[in-house]
Design a protein around this ligand. Structure first.
Ligand code: ADP
Ligand code: MG
Length: 250
């Protein structure tokens, strides 16, 4: 089987909708008939695995797969659902914190390529890699395994300021260790017309991206509110985004 398309969701800043994007994109791709697995490289309490109620005690997660000598990736995947669509999950959680320490050791030669190696020939169309809200060996490992990178940002000053750093990191990885990786696009999330000057900030993001030679998806994910329930704006926006991502539009 051909290697899967590995997509890293990257922004070493917390709370910019990385995990939300990973989950919703995975769900949409599955709904479109693709086989999809999410790899959760985060170990913070709010990581995707914990919010999705994954089994983190009886099933070995991605941490085990990354540090084991020999390991079949499929053995760490559990079945979950995203809005009724079947998705695989290689769970993260606390064990990832311990694995991160082991893999950060410079004597652990090749650790930064462990995920790439693990995913070779994995029987999925898409692997969506969710990364933590800080720059760690996990983020580097995700970028070494990926061909496409999605950078979610909020349309807010602080988020815009950090964008260049993320683009620079991807550039460095392409130059030194993974020539196949590039930024697929910047995804403007939690876009709210009620926020202060969102259009201006979106324009600022677009200009920065243009100068850095990366694209911005034309779909923006609007800010939604819990009370909206199933009519939640962001679900509809992620549907449009997934279509743009696979090249149907935009
Ligand atoms: N479009 C949106 N509208 C409203 N809330 C959102 C939206 N996108 C994400 N959120 C919320 O923002 C918080 C942070 O999102 P999350 O995906 O966990 O970010 P990250 O993984 O980058 O830390 C979560 O509570 C999530 O539900
Ligand atoms: Mg997250």
């Amino acid at each position: 089987m051909a290697d899967p398309c590995v997509v890293a969701i990257v922004n070493p800043k917390g709370g910019v909708a990385k995990s939300t994007t990973a989950r919703e994109l995975a769900g949409q791709l599955s709904k479109a008939g693709k086989s999809v697995v999410i790899v959760d490289l985060d170990h913070s309490p709010g990581c995707l695995s914990s919010t999705m109620g994954a089994d983190m005690s009886t099933v070995e997660g991605i941490a085990h797969a990354l540090v084991a000598e020999r390991y079949d990736f499929c053995d760490c995947v559990q079945d979950i659902e995203v809005r009724g669509a079947p998705v695989g999950l290689a769970a993260g959680g606390a064990a990832v914190g311990a694995a991160e320490q082991t893999l950060s050791d410079v004597a652990n030669v090749g650790a930064q390529y462990r995920l790439r190696e693990l995913l070779e020939g994995a029987p999925y169309d898409y692997v969506i890699v969710d990364t933590p809200g800080n720059l760690s060996v996990m983020t580097i490992m995700a970028l070494n395994a990926a061909t496409r990178v999605i950078i979610p940002v909020f349309a807010e000053e602080e988020s815009v300021r950090g964008l260049q750093g993320v683009i620079d990191t991807v550039d460095a990885i392409r130059r030194y260790s993974n020539p196949a990786v590039s930024v697929d696009g910047v995804l403007v999330c939690r876009y709210s017309t009620q926020a202060e000057s969102p259009a201006l900030l979106a324009e600022e993001i677009a200009e920065l991206a243009r100068e850095a030679g990366v694209g911005v998806y034309s779909t923006r994910i609007r800010q939604s509110h819990a009370k909206d329930g199933r009519r939640n704006l962001k679900f509809r926006d992620y549907e449009a985004f997934a279509a743009e991502f696979v090249g149907e539009v935009g």
